[in-house]
Design a protein around this ligand. Structure first.
Ligand code: FAD
Length: 425
C-alpha cells in the first residue's frame, strides 16, 4: 500500500512535541474545552524540567527531581501518540510519522523544541561527559558538572556561549557563577575563570548587566567577547576558539583547560528546517503576537522552535500556551483571534548560591517584572528570587503550567476582550 493511501486518523488539535510548550498547550485547551479531541505526538518516555539542570550542575537538585514519565503528564482527555513526526503536509492538513503513519488534524500546534548541535563542534560529542568536558545542557551531563566543580582545585576553567539564539541565554553564565561561588567559598584561588562568548555583550538586556558585572569582578572572571568555540580535544585538554577582532578580522586561538563547560550551538530541528513551516532562518514562521503561522491559517507554533524574538525559555512557553489555546478555540468557533503574546520570557541568573538576578522581559527588551519593585527588584541579586527558583518554580511548572492552571500567565487580549474561553480555575 502506498503512503498516499495509508490509513489516516484525524483529530481536532494535533500537537507535535510533548515538552514544556506542547503539554502546556494541551492542558490549556482541555481546561477550556474538555471534550476537544487533542493528540500529542512525542517520542520520549521521559519529560524533563530543563531549568532545573542549572541546579543539578551546582549540586542543589538531584537529576531525578528534573525528570518525570511522559505518560504521567499527558493531560486528562488528551491522547499520547508515541512517535516522531518526520514531515508536514500542510496543504492536506496532515503529518507523516517516522514509522510511516499519517495523522490528520483540523488545527496543528508545532512545539518541537530546538536541536542542540553538539556535532557542529569537532571533538565535542566524543569527549562530552569525560576529560573534564561537561555541559548543563543535558540530563546525562549536568551531574558531571557538579562532580567536576567539586574536584577542580586549580588551573583554568572555561565556560563557553555560542551565537544566539539559544535556549535560556543566561544558562552558560549561571553555570559559571555557581561554580565560581563554590570555588571562592573554599578558597580555591588558583582557579582562573574565563568566559568565552561568541556574542558581543554579557546579557542582551542592559538593565541586568551592572549587577552581573559586580559578580564578574568578584569572581575575577576574564571576559572574552566575539570568542566562539570551534573545536575541542578532550584527551589533550585544549579548546580552539575563532576570535573576532574589532575590525571584523578573525584569528584562531588555542586554550588549554582543566575544566570546560560547553553550551552547544543551537538550531531549529532538522525536520522543521526542511519543512514548509520554516522561515528562512529555519525556525517555525509565526506571527509574534498571535503565534499563528504566517502562511498556514490552521497551524500555530510556540516554544523554543518558533521564530518569535523572545528569550527561549519555559517561562515564555508558559505565557504562550494560553495564547495559542485561546486563538485555536476562536478559530474553531469561526471567531476572530483575540489573544496576544507580549514576548515575555524570564531568566533567573543564579549569581551565587542563595541569590538570583531575576531577568524578566518581553519584545524589544522591555522589562516585564512579575512583582512590584519593593518586593523583588529583578535588576538586583535577591534571596527571594532564589527561593522562587529553588522551591516555587518547579511546583509552578509541574502543578500549574503542565496542568493548564495559568498562574500569572493568563493571555492579554486585543479589545474587546472575549469571555468565551478563559481557563476554569
Ligand atoms: P522542549 O521542552 O525541549 O520540548 C520539545 C519536545 O519535542 C521534546 O519532548 C522532544 O522529544 C519533542 N520532539 C522533538 N522532535 C520531535 C518530533 N520529530 N516529533 C515529535 N516530537 C518531537 N527556561 C526558563 O524558563 N527558566 C530557566 O531558568 C531555564 N533554564 C534552563 C537551563 C538549561 C540548562 C536549559 C537546557 C534550558 C533552560 N530553560 C529555562 C529553557 C527551557 O527548558 C526551554 O525553553 C523549554 O523547555 C522549551 O520548551 P519546548 O516545549 O519548546 O521544548
Amino acid at each position: 500500500m502506498s503512503a498516499q493511501f495509508a490509513p489516516l486518523t484525524s483529530c481536532d488539535v494535533l500537537i507535535v512535541g510533548g515538552g514544556s510548550a506542547g503539554i502546556a498547550t494541551a492542558a490549556s485547551l482541555l481546561r477550556r474545552r474538555p471534550d476537544l479531541d487533542v493528540r500529542i505526538v512525542e517520542p520520549s518516555e521521559h519529560h524533563y524540567y530543563q531549568p532545573g539542570w542549572t541546579m543539578v550542575g551546582a549540586g542543589v537538585f538531584t537529576p531525578q527531581r528534573t525528570q518525570r514519565r511522559t505518560e504521567d503528564l499527558i493531560p486528562r482527555g488528551a491522547q499520547w501518540v508515541r512517535g516522531s513526526v518526520a514531515a508536514f503536509d500542510p496543504d492536506h492538513d496532515r503529518v507523516e510519522l517516522t514509522d510511516g503513519r499519517w495523522m490528520g488534524y483540523r488545527m496543528l500546534v508545532a512545539a518541537p523544541g530546538l536541536k542542540l548541535d553538539w556535532a557542529a563542534i569537532p571533538g565535542l560529542a566524543e569527549t562530552l561527559g569525560r576529560n573534564n568536558v561537561t555541559s548543563n545542557y543535558g540530563y546525562q551531563t549536568a551531574p558531571y558538572t557538579w562532580d567536576l566543580v567539586q574536584a577542580t582545585r586549580r588551573g583554568r576553567a572555561i565556560f563557553t556561549q555560542p551565537p544566539m539564539p539559544i535556549k535560556c541565554a543566561g544558562a552558560p553564565q549561571k553555570a559559571m557563577y555557581l561554580s565560581a561561588d563554590y570555588w571562592r567559598a573554599r578558597g580555591r584561588d588558583d582557579i582562573q575563570i574565563e568566559f568565552h562568548n561568541a556574542g558581543p555583550v554579557l546579557f542582551g538586556v542592559k538593565e541586568y548587566v551592572p549587577a552581573l558585572m559586580k559578580y564578574v569582578q568578584k569572581y575575577r572572571i576574564d571576559l572574552n567577547f566575539g570568542s566562539k568555540l570551534v573545536a575541542v580535544d578532550g584527551p589533550a585538554r585544549t579548546a580552539d576558539f575563532a576570535v573576532t577582532g574589532p575590525h571584523g578580522e578573525t584569528r584562531q586561538e588555542r586554550r588549554a583547560f582543566d575544566f570546560l563547560h560547553v553550551c552547544p550551538p543551537q538550531t531549529a530541528p532538522d525536520f522543521i528546517r526542511h519543512s514548509p513551516l520554516a522561515a528562512e532562518s529555519g525556525w517555525i514562521e509565526v506571527d509574534d503576537a498571535t503565534l499563528r503561522h504566517k502562511r498556514f491559517e490552521n497551524i500555530f507554533g510556540l516554544g523554543d522552535g518558533c521564530s518569535t524574538p523572545n528569550a527561549k525559555t519555559a517561562a515564555a512557553a508558559r505565557k504562550q500556551a494560553p495564547v495559542v489555546a485561546e486563538n485555536i478555540l476562536s478559530l474553531l468557533d469561526g471567531l476572530p483571534m483575540r489573544a496576544v503574546y507580549d514576548g515575555y520570557g524570564s531568566c533567573p541568573l543564579t549569581v551565587e548560591r542563595g541569590k538570583i538576578v531575576l531577568a524578566e522581559f518581553g519584545y524589544g527588551g522591555k522589562l516585564l517584572p512579575s512583582f512590584p519593585k519593593w518586593l523583588l527588584d529583578g535588576t538586583q541579586p535577591t534571596r527571594l528570587a532564589w527561593h522562587l527558583k529553588a522551591q516555587a518554580l518547579p511546583e509552578i511548572y509541574w502543578l500549574g503550567m503542565l496542568r493548564g492552571r495559568e498562574w500569572l500567565a493568563g493571555p492579554d487580549y486585543v479589545e474587546p476582550a472575549p469571555q468565551l474561553h478563559r481557563a476554569q480555575a
